[in-house]
Design a protein around this ligand. Structure first.
Ligand code: 6PG
Length: 261
């Protein structure tokens, strides 16, 4: 008797007129989900994304949800980090701290940054993996470690620091690995959660904006590429839901009649 087949839930795609509407909808969604998780289990395990796109979302969460979001019961993690110091302008932690974490009442002890400054990289990855702990083993249902993982998408289709075709995409045992050579700027070594770690989330939410991402979005969501396992997004599914928040620019290829026919 083989392992139980865990249904691969199709991603839900939501297209908004612009980044402002997109981030407002995602902020509302995350806040409601966080409150639900805290009601049901007393905690919300939230994995933040890096890059530029989420800044507007983080600022909105800090401004509009400072009082109504369950920050005291939230544990924050990071999906990936550039291997620089935490105060470096390229640091994802520095960006999230400036846009969100220093403006909301989350205890610093509940913010778990990836130690990008630690060397060797293998030691940095192992220390974060031990912080996350082993993924719960599957017992008839997919294992859950995080409640919500937020991801962006690079114009090449990478997410976190998992680049198309990279060997890190094939990692199925470890939860955190070092990526010595980034496939897109900044060209610094990275630390990243792996596919099994990202897939151990109840929900995976993608936040993608801009026409320069349209081809990567279509390739990641498009039928012809659905089986293309070199594309990271084809490997990432939340246990309960995978939702793409797109603005019109990022969705332009999806909205073309050829794709929707
Ligand atoms: C990083 C991010 C990365 C990001 C994409 C999109 O460390 O750079 O985690 O995966 O989400 O590169 O970045 P932008 O939002 O800046 O386009």
């Amino acid at each position: 008797m083989g392992a139980p087949v865990v249904r691969r839930l199709k991603p839900r795609v939501q297209v908004y007129p612009n980044l402002r509407a997109e981030t407002a909808a995602l902020a509302r969604h995350i806040a409601a989900f966080a409150r639900k998780c805290v009601r049901e289990r007393g905690v919300f395990h939230f994995v933040l994304s890096g890059g530029r796109t989420p800044k507007a979302l983080y600022r909105l969460l800090a401004r509009r949800y400072r009082e109504t979001f369950p920050w005291q019961a939230t544990q924050v993690f990071f999906g990936d980090e550039r291997c620089v110091t935490p105060s470096d302008p390229e640091s994802n932690y520095a960006m999230a701290r400036a846009a969100l974490l220093s403006h909301v009442p989350i205890p610093l002890s509940q913010v778990h940054r990836l130690p990008g400054e630690v060397r060797p990289l293998s030691k940095a990855a192992a220390s974060y993996a031990s912080l996350i702990g082993p993924l719960p083993t599957r017992r008839g249902s997919a294992s859950v470690r995080f409640d919500l993982v937020l991801l962006g998408l690079g114009s090449d289709g990478h997410l976190a620091s998992l680049f198309p075709g990279a060997s890190a995409l094939r990692e199925r045992r470890r939860t955190v690995v070092a990526v010595p050579h980034a496939g897109q700027p900044p060209y610094v070594p990275r630390l990243t959660l792996t596919v099994p770690a990202l897939c151990s989330a109840r929900e995976v939410c993608f936040l993608v904006s801009g026409e320069e991402k349209a081809a990567a979005v279509a390739a990641s969501l498009g039928a012809p590429h659905a089986g293309d396992r070199r594309l990271p997004a084809n490997l990432i599914r939340g246990v309960q839901a995978t939702v793409w928040f797109l603005d019109r620019g990022a969705a332009v290829s999806l909205l073309r009649p050829s794709w929707t026919s």
